[in-house]
Design a protein around this ligand. Structure first.
Ligand SMILES: CC(C)(COP(=O)(O)OP(=O)(O)OC[C@H]1O[C@@H](n2cnc3c(N)ncnc32)[C@H](O)[C@@H]1OP(=O)(O)O)[C@@H](O)C(=O)NCCC(=O)NCCS
Length: 243
């Protein structure tokens, strides 16, 4: 059997379910197995065989599996995804893109390797998606956007035209990053936030409903949008690792 049609999903948690569903929908892989240290070898996940822990990777490659995909998700840190990616590379695997058939990806978008694009997500013309990025269910990456390697645009989040993220950025569920805004590497945007200005690297930004902050900062619109820099834009300790 063609090595490129045999796929190992690394990580059997919730995100793996979305990845497996999309991979099956692509009708491109003839055999799919999962590795996960926390699931008993020989058991099944959504009808897919669990081959064992990550130590099985070299053996699976020797047995003729040529493709691997990191099916562990990421929110506050991409460290585990990076470690697993390194292990898979060292074992010899190549990384396919897994794009759900319901997603709309413009033929004028540029995508790297190992990327997941979930159900009903949209990646529009001129967008560039870096290696290992996740564009999750229903997310929109508009024209001219750049999404850095290992970044995750979470469910329903909207990256408006020409906005950008550095590497290893998390944009939370239903957040909106308005046009042209840049999010520095390793930063986290909280679910539901509206990001109107650039966010620096290694930062966390989130914003509650207007009423709360309108009351707190009634006279200063700048503060209303951004809140107090101490509370709303804080350094994220332990996330300074290089990509
Ligand atoms: C931003 C985030 C990472 C912060 O997590 P945290 O550091 O553990 O923050 P806490 O839960 O301790 O909350 C701290 C404060 O911020 C507020 N807060 C947290 N997240 C917020 C958000 N997204 N919007 C507005 N306020 C938020 C909390 O209400 C709390 O306020 P308080 O101090 O007045 O009680 C997290 O809340 C978040 O939004 N995660 C994204 C979830 C998501 O998108 N999941 C999709 C997975 S596919």
């Amino acid at each position: 059997m063609d090595k490129k049609k045999r796929l190992v999903l690394i990580g059997g948690g919730g995100h793996c379910g979305s990845v497996l569903d999309a991979a099956r929908g692509m009708n491109r892989f003839e055999e799919i197995v999962i590795t996960d240290p926390d699931i008993e070898a020989g058991s099944e996940y959504m009808g897919c065989r669990v081959a064992g822990a990550d130590e099985m990777l070299s053996r699976l490659f020797q047995d003729g599996f040529g493709m691997a995909f990191i099916s562990v998700g990421s929110i506050t840190s991409t460290r585990l995804r990076k470690e697993l990616c390194q292990k898979a590379k060292e074992a010899g695997f190549d990384f396919p893109n897994i794009i759900d058939p319901s997603a709309e990806v413009s033929e004028y978008a540029m995508v790297g390797k190992g990327i997941f694009i979930g159900k009903n997500a949209v990646v529009n013309a001129g967008a560039r998606i870096g290696d290992m990025a996740i564009i999750n269910t229903g997310a929109v990456v508009e024209h001219g956007c750049r999404i850095g390697a290992f970044s995750h645009v979470s469910v329903g989040a909207v990256m408006c035209g020409d906005s950008k993220t550095g590497d290893s950025v998390f944009v939370g569920a239903n957040a909106t990053v308005i046009q042209g805004v840049r999010i520095g590497m390793n930063s986290i945007i909280g679910a539901g936030s509206v990001v109107l200005k650039d966010v620096g690297p290694d930062s966390m930004f989130y914003r509650s409903g207007g009423v709360k902050f309108k009351n707190a900062f009634p006279t200063d619109m700048e503060q209303w949008f951004w809140g107090s820099s101490v509370k709303l834009l804080r350094s994220w300790d332990g996330r300074m690792e290089a990509c």
